[in-house]
Design a protein. Structure first.
Ligand SMILES: Nc1ncnc2c1ncn2[C@@H]1O[C@H](COP(=O)(O)OP(=O)(O)OP(=O)(O)O)[C@@H](O)[C@H]1O
Length: 275
């Protein structure tokens, strides 16, 4: 499906979004605009509502109030790719890597109607893009976490989405794989003009690729550039414990130390939510 997406207009916008689960107010007033090709890191403590925010954008749950707008598209089904946390698979699962990627075609209107040769070609192109050709014919249950993540990313991108939502894709990955996955997503996002919202607890691999950072806590959000948010003072204030941001060889590194005492500053939100 070809959709007209303007670079000057947000692809996704959330306007005063509020979400409760029963009496539990998870998101109080979220405002956000995500532009085409923009890479946003979504961070915040456990239970802050990061996955819930992704589900709202996916349309899986509806807000109590506020508006969520996805470009001008009427049919958003194929416009959003979603990568869940790693799969928990039985090692005996008969599905091969390339079958998992092909499943991404079946969720859209032309998946089954695609000529088998064209279908195979599309799957091969995606496997090459995520550098997964060498293990594409292995049963997915026997692949490593990093290999499975590459396949899930290929699956989510095969229907040419305009927005990619990734929910903690780095959990269970080693440092090298984490950096590789982040670089891969950032590269494909920029090449194809895909907006990315990337949920993570490990911020370090994202520091060089994020355009902006969205921090969720206590139902509210703070958004800013990496330089605005990644300061020891700001992160310590947001998390409520000592977080140090160091510059080593020109690169930022975030170190969290929950046991340290820290002065929690009186103003809980150092930045206005700029959307
Ligand atoms: N379907 C649901 N029904 C009731 N409460 C829910 C539901 N889904 C999530 N919650 C609650 O909403 C809050 C936010 O959950 P969510 O999974 O969005 O947090 P998160 O920021 O992604 O957390 P984590 O970092 O631990 O993955 C939590 O307190 C959770 O228990």
């Amino acid at each position: 499906m070809s959709q007209k997406v303007s670079l000057n207009h947000p692809f996704v916008s959330l306007d005063h979004v509020k979400l409760n689960f029963g009496n539990h107010q998870v998101l109080k007033d979220i405002n956000l605009e995500v532009y085409p090709g923009e890479f946003i890191g979504l961070i915040g403590p456990n239970g802050a509502g990061k996955s819930t925010l992704l589900k709202l954008i996916l349309g899986l749950i509806r807000p109590q109030s506020g508006k969520i707008k996805i470009a001008d598209a009427k049919n958003t089904k194929n416009l959003i790719g979603y990568v869940p946390q790693r799969l928990n698979l039985d090692p005996q699962t008969p599905l091969r890597g390339r079958d998992l990627v092909a499943l991404g075609l079946d969720g859209n209107r032309w998946g089954f109607s695609l000529h088998p040769q064209k279908r195979k070609q599309k799957v091969n192109e995606m496997l090459e893009a995520v550098e997964a050709v060498s293990f594409a014919d292995s049963p997915i249950g026997r692949l490593s976490g990093g290999e499975q993540q590459r396949l899930l990313i290929a699956q989510s991108l095969i229907s040419s989405p305009k927005l990619l939502l990734l929910d903690e894709p780095l959990s269970n990955l080693d440092i090298k794989s984490s950096y590789e996955i982040v670089r891969l997503v950032a590269k494909l996002g920029k090449e194809q003009g895909i907006s990315v919202i990337f949920v993570t607890h490990d911020m370090n691999p994202l520091l060089e690729v994020m355009d902006r950072v969205l921090y969720l806590a206590d139902g509210n959000s703070v958004i800013g550039t990496v330089n605005e948010i990644f300061q020891s003072r700001v992160l310590s204030q947001l998390y409520g414990y000592k977080v140090e941001v160091l510059k080593v060889n020109g690169r930022l590194i975030v170190i969290g130390n929950e046991s340290s005492n820290v002065e929690v500053f009186s103003n809980p939100n150092p930045y206005e939510n700029k959307g």
